[in-house]
Design a protein around this ligand. Sequence first.
Ligand SMILES: Nc1ncnc2c1ncn2[C@@H]1O[C@H](COP(=O)(O)OP(=O)(O)OP(=O)(O)O)[C@@H](O)[C@H]1O
Ligand SMILES: [Mg+2]
Length: 405
Amino acid sequence: MSKENYSVSIDIGSDKIVCLIGKKGETEELNIVGIGVRESKGIKSGGIKDLEIVSRDIREAVKEAETMAIVDVEEAVVSISGTHLQSLNSVGTINVTGKEKITEEEIQKLMNQAKNLPIPTDREILYMFPQEYTLDSQDGIINPIGMMGNKLDIKVHIVTALSAAVHNLTTAVNKAGVEIKAFIPSFIAAAETVLNDDEKELGVGMLDFGEGTIDFAFYERGSIWSSMVLPMGGYYFTNDIAIGLMTTMSEAKKIKKKYGSVVLGDGDHGNAIPVTTNKEDNKKKNIPMDLLVDILRPRAEEMLMMIRDNLERIGILNKMNAGLVLTGGTANLKGLDEVAESVFGLPARIGKPSKGIEGLLDRVKYPEFSVAVGLLFFSLRQLEEVKVSKKKSFWSKIKNLFESF
Ligand SMILES: Nc1ncnc2c1ncn2[C@@H]1O[C@H](COP(=O)(O)OP(=O)(O)OP(=O)(O)O)[C@@H](O)[C@H]1O
Ligand SMILES: [Mg+2]
């Protein structure tokens, strides 16, 4: 087993599956040394529709990353999404009177208290994120270890998942030959890389706009307070283009990626886009850019308005003092931040991995890699190193073979 500080992430999305291998060296930077990307053919809206296919796609993505990094992956941190994820906030309280100082043991007791909830039998707690501690009357404590007091409270954000969905995802990853170090909700991973500390402190909403899901997270005072997964995404835009321009889904996707925009740029007016239509023997037809924007913009507004109304209803909209950060592949749609600004009446920006990375930065500096990169950071900051072994040489494989007799 290598002693080097490796972390491996697998982001299982509805559009693509990504495996990244990161290495923590002498510097603060995370060195990304391996990447594997495969089109995801077995996931819909974050959920598995064909386990065998998902497993195959994971295996291929991992293999590609392994070959590049020259290591064998044994264990990885894996993203989880889908509308089956639910979240809630909870509290725990314990008495620490007479204790000389608060230790790790008390924190564990507190966490156990906080998760003592009536969770439906078909669900399980996926992860608990501490928000803040209160020691007697002092609130906003980030880490009470070593302190003294009488009554210690913890506030936590709990994410639960359908046990069957977790089980199936586990099977798919294990069948691909990889053990799971931890499942991390996609929104936590994306936030880890696209949000900065100031935004997290002031109050910020993050939208990970994927193919089949939009994952939302709200951070304030440095912690996550609200999250949800909505069954919407880039798929709708592809569908609208296919119907509106009378073309195939694959041609629609190509057009979306190449020309997709929800605002008409200065030079765009009257510009023509070549489209192969379903009609007229697959002939190329020139479509005005204005028409593409007319198809895409109302859909973007509709989705963003639904999210805005949702956030208003749960009382979060007016807490987003630092605005909105958009990430995920669909955030590549030109002008999506502009439309979000007008719908939300808040500043919006596009978030993508950029800081603290070396190595394959050029491959991952796009919004669709926020989750995969965020998983690596989360793993390095919050979890122990994961297991990888140096690619075995021919002789060491022979040696292992003999040792196993
Ligand atoms: N340049 C682009 N312009 C517009 N849309 C794009 C572009 N690049 C990718 N997309 C769209 O982004 C979506 C994929 O985003 P992403 O890779 O974040 O999704 P995913 O993680 O695989 O899926 P999900 O999170 O929904 O399960 C697809 O709808 C894809 O067509
Ligand atoms: Mg995703």
